[in-house]
Design a protein around this ligand. Structure first.
Ligand code: ZN
Length: 263
């Protein structure tokens, strides 16, 4: 009896063992199937070790502005103060401040404003400042237009300036908002104008206070910097109030120059 019982036990053990093994195998198969079905989505997620830029490539730079070769400095040690968005009612005050201190600057004028204030264009030129085209009506998207339309806008502005001062040299163009495109740069160059950007922008048009405007300019200016400020486009009392300290501080260290008309 005892032997039969043990045989029976062995048989039971064998059966349960087989069942357990098949269960295990089944489970393994399920896992394998799951892994196989997941693998296509899992594998790409694993980041492949991408080598960083090779040392010969050098540091990352914004490629587009470099291709445009925008002018951000005077090209020599002198520092250039530039005033945008005029001529306006503030322009005579800015001119007075410059004249009182014997400083020459550069004025990036809007064509429609030039047409409205030819007397101020004449005064800018008569007092020895440099002119710069800043589009007909401050069109922020000018550079996205067709070449013909960009050219017509720039030419119309130059014509308005020349209506005030025939033959006045206009050797610079500054895109509204600094929204340069290669097309705008090319058209400007074809009209004999260098694309004038800037190196120092105190955001004076936001009216952060005269002291802040002056501090920002003084802190950021280096040898050769082109400094952006505004004599139009709104209340420029803060810019005007900042000018005396900007001029006295900068000229202690740098020569303040107008950008040359001869390129
Ligand atoms: Zn502007």
């Amino acid at each position: 009896m005892a032997q039969r019982r043990s045989h029976g036990l062995i048989a039971l053990l064998a059966i349960s063992l087989t069942l357990a093994m098949s269960a295990c195998t089944g489970a393994r198969d399920d896992d394998a199937a799951a892994a196989a079905s997941e693998s296509p989505s899992v594998v790409p997620v694993i980041p492949s070790p991408t080598p960083s830029a090779s040392p010969s490539v050098g540091p990352t730079v914004k490629p587009v502005p470099e291709k445009m070769n925008l002018q951000r400095t005077t090209g020599f040690g002198g520092v250039a103060l530039t005033f945008d968005d005029g001529p306006s009612a503030w322009t005579p005050k800015v001119l007075d401040a410059l004249k009182a201190r014997g400083v020459k600057a550069t004025f990036c004028v809007i064509g429609s404003q030039a047409a409205a204030h030819p007397d101020l264009i004449r005064r800018i030129v008569a007092e020895g400042h440099t002119l710069c085209n800043h589009s007909w009506n401050h069109e922020f998207k000018l550079g996205t237009w067709s070449t013909a339309k960009i050219r017509s806008n720039m030419q119309r502005t130059n014509d308005a300036i020349h209506a005030a001062v025939p033959g006045a040299p206009i050797k610079y163009f500054r895109h509204p908002g600094g929204n340069w495109t290669l097309a705008a740069v090319k058209v400007a160059r074809s009209l004999g104008m260098s694309p004038l950007h800037w190196a120092v922008d105190p955001q004076d048009w936001r009216r952060p206070g005269a002291g802040t405007i002056a501090n920002r300019v003084i802190r950021a200016t280096r040898s050769g910097s082109v400094v952006l400020m505004h004599d139009g486009g709104g209340d420029r009392s803060q810019t005007l109030a900042a000018l005396p300290r900007i001029i006295s501080t900068l000229r202690a260290k740098y020569k303040l120059v107008r950008l040359p008309d001869a390129l």
